[in-house]
Design a protein around this ligand. Sequence first.
Ligand SMILES: Cc1cc2nc3c(=O)[nH]c(=O)nc-3n(C[C@H](O)[C@H](O)[C@H](O)COP(=O)(O)OP(=O)(O)OC[C@H]3O[C@@H](n4cnc5c(N)ncnc54)[C@H](O)[C@@H]3O)c2cc1C
Length: 447
Amino acid sequence: MLAELLAALGPAGCLTGDRVAEAARSDASRSGQTLPLALLRPSSVAEVSAALEICHRHGQPVVPQGGMTGLAGGANPRSDDVALSLARFAGVEEIDPDAGTMLLRAGTVLERAQEVAAEAGFLLPIDLGARGSCQIGGNIATNAGGLRVIRHGMTRDNLLGIEAVLADGRVVSSLGRMVKNNTGYDLRHLFCGSEGSLGVITRAVIRLRPLPEARQTALCALSSYRAVLTLLDMARKTLTVSAFEAMWQDYFAFNQQIARLSLFANPPPFAVILEAEGAGLEPLLEQAFEAGVIDDALVAQSQTDARRFWEVREGHAMETALPGLINLDISLPVARLDDFAQACRAGLRARFPDAHVSFYGHVGDSNLHVAVALADNAEDGGHEVDRIAYDLVRGFGGSISAEHGIGTLKRDWLGHSRSPVELAVMRQIKAALDPKGILNPGKLLPA
Ligand SMILES: Cc1cc2nc3c(=O)[nH]c(=O)nc-3n(C[C@H](O)[C@H](O)[C@H](O)COP(=O)(O)OP(=O)(O)OC[C@H]3O[C@@H](n4cnc5c(N)ncnc54)[C@H](O)[C@@H]3O)c2cc1C
């Protein structure tokens, strides 16, 4: 089989042994342990197709790999898997300014695609912190969310067309540039979020948007979650909101301190970054202040000011300050985020009295992140944290994964958010498209 793959892809497209880079071992969750049997690096759709046809004939498991920035272990190989990287199949093939669309290859790094869109006078509306490494194919395979969901939706909402290679090597091409296309089952949405389990995405058509007007940013102090929801409602009615990020007091206080900033000397119960395109932010803040919705607000006067607000929100310094940090990504009906936070804090503290527990999230998208760091001596901590949090998520009718996907790390909890019938239908779809089960086995669907 390896000889066939080598003949089909050439020496640069089929690496084995020492030639397989360490980076093929694990995604950004750092949960991968093993190098794959081989790393395939096809440079065309025809080569992806040839590689999959060979693997399919031999019953060889294949793990698609993008930029390896995933946080769910979805791209991690086992020792007898073949990894298939799209890195050599990159680049923007076409921008259609009339349709406002971009046709690009799956291996294109997101940031590069954003730059090409901007050079043509457009905004590529998908954006996330991993933009410098993640690939558009990976973004589609995980239906990535990120920073602009409140304004432009998830990756799925910006996807107009897709091309994918099936497990047996057949190429399914649905590269439509039209917004309206009601011609039967929508295959784009089948592959979007499928985490490499239904096909290898090779190309896509993304909908572009006009470049945004200048953004204004404010950091608001609020005394209750009800006030947070009222501010969100007011902002949505009067502004073009491009971010609405809430930090619970525990998260804001911790991150403000480690960032050595003093934005609010007394950390409020809730701090919200409100960002809007165009005018109108300051009048809205005045109105909210007069109505008693916000207690205080700082309006960024410069990019540096805005970056300071975001520095606290992004909390990059937490990784160093809290080794072994666990970051849960869940979603719930927006009105219940604080009820969940209170219950989750109480549940975790009861089991791990010395743990760091804090909450923040893209509240406008009903997405909550839970940051947990256990004391060194906590045994089997990770699993217990998952159990406490995901049991509560189930009780609140939420989702155990808002945007990071399932991979291996959440696979065994999928039944907390999906019914037995939903899981059975997913398995039927998987069996129809990949009857030999060679695509990313062991990921997404519980055994
Ligand atoms: C600093 C940082 C910030 C992040 N912020 C966000 C965020 O705000 N929102 C968010 O949603 N995620 C975020 N992530 C997670 C991650 O960046 C996204 O999940 C991203 O979409 C993964 O893209 P990738 O190319 O790195 O995919 P990989 O990690 O390589 O793969 C992810 C999954 O997609 C599959 N896959 C990859 N390429 C293909 C393909 N061409 N065809 C079929 N399957 C494929 C893999 O098998 C795997 O299951 C962040 C990660 C980091 C490290």
